[in-house]
Design a protein. Structure first.
Length: 235
């Protein structure tokens, strides 16, 4: 997907990007390629693939939610900033927190944020189950992209989600994984409101955007320690 194709496909989602936003994404792509030459951030290093598999894929979250009505969000396991940094560029009034356990990725994002002169963005090196201790049910929107299975993700993300807020993971095509997570999501105070299935343009790989509403307060015992989350997944 070249830049012109990217602009065309994003417009089909109902979003018309400004020249400034396009320049910021161009800076993002170039800096990602440059930084990745000495620090491993992503396996996707060709510009056309960055625009498709990172930028466009991140933007598809607007299929599920009106981001103009979101005041703050946290992106769990943000990696090189997907989708959180892309959302910040396109919706600059949202207060964004980017969290990752890999400090090299957080350092990259801080440098990128400085390059782009972004305000109201927080960078946190750490784990979600630790971060939640002082930030419980704080965020209107919690996002995660290709981080872990949905049962594990839900235990990490729903405790951070405000009552009546949303946890929206961007996932691949594993429907069995979604079905296996239903009881855990309910136990954690969530309810699946919608599952949006589509294919990425040009590549035709399947994506699922899972819109989970926080309808009840998450019990205080969650999230557990990460080793317990993985060893004894919620049923």
């Amino acid at each position: 997907m070249n830049k012109e194709e990217f602009v065309s496909e994003v417009s089909k989602l109902g979003l018309n990007l400004t020249p400034e936003q396009l320049n910021m994404l161009d800076t993002y792509a170039k800096f990602l390629i440059e930084y990745n030459s000495h620090t491993n951030l992503t396996a996707i290093t060709e510009e056309n693939q960055i625009y498709l598999k990172h930028f466009y894929d991140s933007i598809t979250i607007i299929k599920a939610i009106d981001l103009t009505k979101i005041d703050n969000l946290i992106d769990i396991g943000t990696g090189a900033g997907f989708p959180g940094m892309v959302i910040k560029i396109l919706f600059p009034t949202i207060k964004v927190t980017l969290l990752d356990s890999n400090n090299k990725k957080i350092n990259f994002l801080q440098e990128l944020g400085n390059k782009l002169n972004l305000a109201d963005i927080n960078y946190y090196h750490g784990r979600a189950e630790e971060f939640v201790q002082n930030n419980r049910e704080k965020f209107s929107l919690v996002t995660a992209r290709a981080v872990s299975n949905l049962t594990t993700l839900s235990e990490l993300c729903l405790p951070l989600t405000k009552l009546n807020g949303y946890f929206i993971p961007l996932k691949g095509s594993n429907e069995e994984e979604i079905n296996d997570s239903l009881n855990a999501i309910k136990k954690l105070g969530g309810s699946i409101e919608n599952i949006i299935k589509f294919t990425l343009p040009y590549e035709e790989s399947t994506r699922n955007i899972i819109k989970i509403k926080k309808i009840n307060t998450t019990p205080k015992e969650y999230p557990r320690r990460y080793d317990k989350i993985v060893k004894y997944p919620l049923k």
